[in-house]
Design a protein around this ligand. Structure first.
Ligand code: AMP
Length: 461
């Protein structure tokens, strides 16, 4: 199996080679022929499976014949980070074709976007809100759109974008090809698909690679001991890059600050940060300038950051699919990753759900030499769930700070510097092979069901 089987325009070979893709991933083998045929498609493939190239390559192929200087493909995504990532993939895969792509999202000045829209870039990668602003102000013209991609549709629903998506749908031609990707299919998404797609073909590839290569552990702990436990885990674990998830942006900010006070290189990613802060955080984390990133679920979807050796759920996520997405940030490519989840008695129901999905009990761990009997500190009025500095082990000087890379659990993840030295091609090849070997372990329908049940617990990320 190679990319030659798809008979893609030869101008796309440059991009495919440059990306180091040798064999199509399973999701690419399944989707590319459907999209090339011009059929609408619903995909349940997760990010990390080669999903982006699965829709970008056939769209580019089809854009290569037809007019230029008109916006002909629109990719809607829930987050700015995902928009940037897709835009970069488009740029890379379309090199040598002359096709152009632009991102449209809020949090940045609109001038450059207006310029790109007026010049008729062929591919728009947009978050719904800002695109709608441009449409209202007549900066954007979607009357030539032939390809519409709704990426992470359930996430757009969760984030409250459905009314904007629906308005955008009214502004694109009825005669178009629509591709919808979603991890779960709550009623609203099914309705959207029924109303906006023509006899879509369904491609389901389950939740494979991340689950297979990640080892999971639960750390039962009292709420007030989460921070000391996190610090102890960091100290005792030899980790590459560590992604810590909290339930709210306030907690992300606070936990990042508190870890930082212990000498770690840490940043945070959540929607209270400006776009430039978010970009700087992500870039710094990717480069290895920050070893730890504390994030809300905004970072759980779609982000392709290599070298994450550990995902630590400081708070249990709201839904099973959010858990799968979070832990999917590690264990990427051929490497293994560890997912630690701190659980309190409130999380028992979700633990049972996850165990049902995994088809096995999740191991409960206790950390040796950690004092689980520490008393709860007095409640602070500004905190729903208290974690005060007095509950943390005291470390007054930098010389006393934890040395997470020297002792404890070994990680097979390269340091970011080592990472940069690795050639792209072998890595990419190995990734595609590891995904083909992986078997779906989690049933998306079970996840969908639980996603639906628990979706009501929405929070601002
Ligand atoms: P995605 O699911 O689109 O986020 O892709 C995850 C990662 O897989 C990205 O780093 C892609 O560059 C990489 N990738 C996509 N297709 C292939 C392929 N055929 N072979 C190797 N790597 C790939």
């Amino acid at each position: 199996m190679s990319f030659a089987q798809f008979k893609l325009d030869s101008r796309l070979n440059t991009g495919i080679k440059a990306e180091g893709y040798v064999m199509p991933t399973p999701v690419q083998s399944a989707s590319i022929p459907v999209i090339l045929r011009g059929d609408d498609m619903i995909g349940t493939a997760q990010t990390g499976t080669g999903k982006t190239a699965a829709f970008v390559l056939p769209i580019l192929h089809r854009l290569l014949s037809g007019p230029r200087h008109q916006s002909r493909a629109l990719i809607l995504t829930p987050t700015r980070e995902l928009a940037e990532q897709i835009h970069q993939a488009v740029n890379s895969l379309s090199r040598g074709t002359g096709l152009r792509s632009a991102t449209i999202y809020g949090g940045v000045p609109p001038a450059a976007q207006i310029k790109a829209l007026r010049s008729g870039v062929e591919i728009l990668v947009a978050c719904p809100g800002r695109l709608l602003d441009h449409l209202d102000q007549r900066h954007a013209d979607l009357s030539h759109i032939e390809f519409l991609v709704l990426d992470e549709a359930d996430r757009m629903l969760d984030m409250g974008f459905m009314p904007s998506v629906r308005k955008i749908l009214q502004r694109v031609p009825e005669r178009r090809q629509t591709l919808l990707f979603s991890a779960t299919f709550p009623e609203e998404i099914e309705t959207l698909a029924r109303q906006s797609m023509r006899r879509p073909e369904r491609i389901a590839l389950g939740l494979s690679a991340p689950v297979k290569t990640v080892s999971h552990a639960l750390y039962p702990v009292e709420q007030h001991l989460k921070l000391p436990l996190l610090l102890a885990l960091l100290q005792q674990t030899e980790a590459g890059s560590v992604l810590v998830f909290t339930r709210t942006r306030h907690r992300a900010q606070r936990v990042a600050r508190q870890i930082g006070q212990h000498g770690y290189r840490v940043t945070s990613l959540h929607s209270d940060r400006t776009q430039s802060q978010r970009q700087a955080a992500l870039q710094g984390f990717r480069r290895g300038d920050f070893q730890i990133m504390v994030a809300t679920d905004i970072a759980a979807r779609g982000l392709d950051v290599e070298s994450i050796s550990h995902v630590i759920n400081f708070d249990m996520p709201d839904t099973a699919d959010a858990y799968i997405h979070r832990i999917g940030r590690t264990g990427r490519a051929e490497r293994s990753g560890d997912a630690y989840t701190m659980t309190t008695s409130e999380d028992n129901e979700m633990v049972r759900t996850l165990e049902k999905i995994m088809g096995k009990p999740l191991p409960r761990q206790t950390l040796q030499n950690f004092d689980y009997q520490q008393a709860a500190p007095p409640k602070r009025p500004d905190e729903q769930r208290p974690q005060t500095r007095s509950s943390m082990p005291r470390r007054s000087t930098a010389s006393q700070r934890p040395a997470p890379q020297r002792s404890g659990v070994r990680s097979n993840h390269p340091r970011p510097a080592e990472q940069a030295q690795r050639s792209r091609a072998p890595r990419a090849q190995a990734r595609s092979i590891s995904q083909q070997q992986a078997e779906p372990e989690a049933s998306t329908s079970v996840i969908a069901r639980w996603g639906r049940t628990l979706r009501s617990r929405r929070r601002t990320l």
